[in-house]
Design a protein around this ligand. Sequence first.
Ligand code: CO
Length: 164
Amino acid sequence: MAVLEVLKYPNPALRKETSEVTEWDGKLKKLISDMWETMYLSKGVGLAAPQVGIPMKLVVIDYEGDRYVVINPEIIEEDGAERSNEGCLSFPGIYEDVTRPTRVRVLYTCEKGERRDVIVEGFLARVFSHEIDHLRGRLMIDYLSPLKRGFLKKKMEKAAREGE
Ligand code: CO
């Protein structure tokens, strides 16, 4: 296993188009285990492949021991809306209120190549929504007011310049 570099906003890789996973090979297996290791070391609950510079539809999630490897996901139902605080490994130290669905139904393929159909609620629905957003280049900052977004963008650009 290896710890991968987590890319921070405004790295352009976070906005890239992602492709479907098509090969269930050793390379995918290694990427998944590296992503787990990277996520645990960073103390995150979720990590999406674009955050480690891999433009693929792959996410790992561990919420209180419920582990999900989510490949080629599609959100097919969303209900409810709740505004709550969230963070992102690509925005270290930044926590903002974001409105997300309270219940999400997701179709995806697991690491064994089997198709799954799950319904997740509450905080886990937030995590799935946040991580699946990463696969289409959508970031938590996009949900904020233009004023707040501008402020955070400047702050993150400054941190990137200073090599933080
Ligand atoms: Co994130």
